[in-house]
Design a binder for this molecule. Structure first.
Ligand SMILES: [Zn+2]
Length: 74
C-alpha cells in the first residue's frame, strides 16, 4: 500500500459510525475535543447513551386546535 499524503492533516476515527475523518478548519480551535465526524454522530452517541433511560420524556402530541369555523350566511 502506498503511503498517503493528504497534506498531513490529522485524522480521527468516529466512534459512532466507525469512519475516519480529517481535520477541518472549523475544528481548528478544539480539535482535541472533537470526537465525532459530524453533529449527527455526536447526537447519535448521546442518544444511544440515554436511550435506555429516557423513556418518559416523550410528550403526547398536543391536540390540534382546529376550530371548525363556519361562515354565517347572510
Ligand atoms: Zn461519524
Amino acid at each position: 500500500m502506498a503511503p498517503r499524503r493528504r497534506s498531513d492533516l490529522p485524522a480521527k476515527v468516529c466512534p459512532v459510525c466507525g469512519r475516519p475523518f480529517h481535520w477541518r478548519h472549523k475544528w481548528a480551535r478544539d480539535w482535541d475535543q472533537v470526537r465525532y465526524c459530524s453533529e449527527r454522530c455526536r447526537r447519535g452517541a448521546r442518544a444511544a447513551a440515554v436511550a435506555g433511560v429516557a423513556a418518559a420524556a416523550t410528550d403526547p402530541p398536543a391536540p390540534s386546535g382546529r376550530s371548525a369555523h363556519r361562515r354565517p350566511r347572510p
